[in-house]
Every structure is written in structure tokens, then in C-alpha cells.
Ligand binder design. Structure first.
Ligand code: NAP
Length: 294
């Protein structure tokens, strides 16, 4: 892919620290190239004390939009002129979109997960969901559970207090969704089976691939479906245990892909066709090192 840059080329960028291993430039430059949009995407590693200057500088330089990653997803909110509902509810921003007044903050992680579930044919409506984790990804996942009208949400986390905060916030946001916070090893207190599990901890992430947040096979026998937000490895131990117990499984690759597509669509103001998304996914698999069509 040869990038043509001229005086009309627009810039989008990632703000984070560190940013060296991000896949975002690969995805966004691929989408721009495929759609013939004069846009280049680069990654900026920014010091915490300089975040506000970076955002202000982006406005002055005409930067079309930013992605924001660790550790700035919360702190960037004080640099913005507006917040979309999802970002406000989740309490984190991963996308900034330029407006006349300044940058507006969006969260497209939840949109990525929603589209992942759609493509995996997993509906949360009226279901009992067990969410593992209470960090940033889990907040986005809990918001999806509310938006998709899950009946009950168990939030299991190593640090119980964080699960309690998330459960209380989601119950306030979505009063009809019952929310229960438990410590990870208290999963036996759940009475239901036919559960949909959303794995949002970093346990099992490459290269530490031989662990899962719960390893007891009896837990997995309770599941109808198991989604891991991790995308490397392609099949985590969590997914393997769930598949062995007969559950449908999906990894986090589509979440990564569709959160990027949603951000790109916000920046350029047009939809990305499914055929382009499909090619972007193939490219992403190669970047990550998956077997083709794997
Ligand atoms: P985070 O905010 O740092 O949260 C980490 C979560 O993992 C917390 O719930 C933490 O529990 C738990 N955890 C960490 N080490 C643990 C251990 N040894 N045992 C049990 N629990 C442990 O991170 P995040 O941003 O939410 O990311 C979580 C995962 O989601 C990562 O693997 C990330 O790659 C993935 N993710 C994927 C996408 C995607 O697009 N596919 C997007 C975002 C994130 P405590 O609260 O007890 O520390």
C-alpha cells in the first residue's frame, strides 16, 4: 500500500503511552486506502502532563480525529467540549471527533462489542450474562448488556469493590437489568445455567496463554456462549474450556475491528461497506499472525 500525501491529506492519530504495538494505524490506513479517502493515521506517544496540549494542538493543526488509548481514556474527558451518551455512561473515551467548538468524545468499544455479538449471532435480550472483569473493557461490555436488554448481569472480578461500583452504576443506568457483583471465585453462588459469558479480564492474553480467570470445567458447563475480548491468541484457554463444554465461542477480533470501523465512520462521515470490513479483517489477522482464514 503506497500512501499518497498532498496538501489535501487529512490526519487522524492515536494518543496513548505506549503506542508502539498498536494495530490502529494498520486498520485506519487500510480503510482510507480502500475507500480512496485522503487520510493518514499515525500514533503519538504522549506524556501524561502534555495530554491537554496534545488535544489543543490537534485542534489547531486541523487533525480530523483521535483515538485515545491507555492510560488516557478517562483523563482525556476534561479536554473535550462534548460527550456522547455511551462514553458518559461507560466513563471512558476512545475516540475524539472534531467539531467547530473542539473535540467531542465517543466510546466505540461498546459499538465494537455490539457488532461482534451481532456477527456471532449472540443475542443478550432477556438473557443472564456473566461478565468477568471490571476494568475499562468490562464497563463497555456492561453498557452493551444494558442497551441490549439483558435481564440479569453478574459481574465477577478479582477485586470485588470494582465489580460493586460497576454493578451499581449499571443498575442506575438500566433499572430493569438486575446487577449482582461477586468476587471471581464466588461464581458457584450463581444459580442459573444457559449463561452468556463475556470475558473482559486480561487473563489469558498472549504470551500468558495457559491461564483463564476461572478454570473449573463446571463453570463452563453452565454456558451457552462465551465471548473473550482478547484477540491474541485466536483461541484463549477460556474459549477452549467453553467450547469443550459445548458453548458457542468468539474472540475479540471483531470488537477490535468494529470499534475502529465505527471511529473511522465518525471521522469521515460515511459507512464502510461490509466487503471493505471483511478485507480489513483479513489484513488484521495477518498483522496479528493468525493463520489465513483461521
Ligand atoms: P483493565 O482496565 O486494566 O482491566 C483489567 C481487568 O483484568 C480487571 O478486571 C482486573 O481485575 C483483571 N485482571 C488482571 N489481572 C488479573 C488476574 N491475574 N486475575 C484476575 N483478574 C485479573 O484492562 P481493560 O482495558 O479492561 O482490558 C481487559 C482485556 O480486554 C485485555 O485483555 C484487553 O486486551 C482486552 N480488550 C480488548 C478490546 C478489543 O477491542 N477486542 C478492547 C479493550 C480491551 P482487578 O480489577 O482485580 O485488577
Amino acid at each position: 500500500m503506497a500512501i499518497h500525501i498532498d496538501g489535501k491529506t487529512k490526519l487522524c492519530a492515536l494518543l496513548g503511552n505506549p503506542v508502539e504495538h498498536t494495530l490502529s494505524p494498520a486498520i485506519h490506513n487500510f480503510l482510507a486506502d480502500q475507500l480512496g479517502i485522503p487520510l493518514v493515521y499515525v500514533a503519538f506517544g504522549v506524556e501524561r502532563a502534555e495530554l491537554e496540549d496534545a488535544v489543543r494542538g490537534g485542534l489547531a493543526l486541523g487533525i480530523l480525529g483521535f483515538n485515545v488509548t491507555v492510560p488516557f481514556k478517562q483523563s482525556v474527558m476534561s479536554c473535550l467540549t462534548g460527550l456522547e451518551d455511551g462514553a458518559r455512561a461507560i466513563g471512558a473515551v476512545n475516540t475524539l471527533v472534531r467539531s467547530d467548538q473542539g473535540f467531542c468524545g465517543y466510546n466505540t468499544d461498546w459499538i465494537g462489542l455490539k457488532r461482534l455479538l451481532f456477527h456471532a449471532d449472540i443475542s443478550l435480550q432477556g438473557r443472564t450474562v456473566v461478565l468477568l472483569g471490571a476494568g475499562g473493557a468490562a464497563w463497555a461490555a456492561a453498557y452493551v448488556c444494558g442497551c441490549e436488554k439483558a435481564e440479569k448481569l453478574y459481574i465477577l472480578n478479582r477485586t470485588r469493590e470494582k465489580a460493586v461500583v460497576l454493578a451499581e452504576r449499571m443498575h442506575t443506568q438500566f433499572p430493569s437489568m438486575e446487577c449482582c457483583a461477586l468476587e471471581m471465585n464466588e461464581w458457584t453462588k450463581m444459580e442459573e445455567s444457559g449463561l452468556i459469558a463475556l470475558q473482559a479480564t486480561s487473563v489469558g492474553l498472549w504470551p500468558h496463554t495457559n491461564c483463564a480467570p476461572i478454570e473449573d470445567v463446571k463453570f463452563y458447563q453452565r454456558l451457552d456462549a462465551a465471548v473473550d475480548m482478547i484477540y491474541k491468541p485466536e483461541e484463549t484457554l477460556f474459549m477452549r474450556l467453553a467450547a469443550d463444554a459445548g458453548a458457542k465461542t468468539a474472540n475479540g477480533l471483531n470488537m477490535l475491528l468494529y470499534q475502529a470501523v465505527a471511529a473511522f465512520e465518525l471521522w469521515v462521515g460515511r459507512k464502510v461497506e461490509p466487503s471493505v470490513v471483511s478485507r480489513a479483517k483479513d489484513m488484521l489477522k495477518q498483522e496479528i499472525g493468525f493463520q489465513r482464514n483461521g
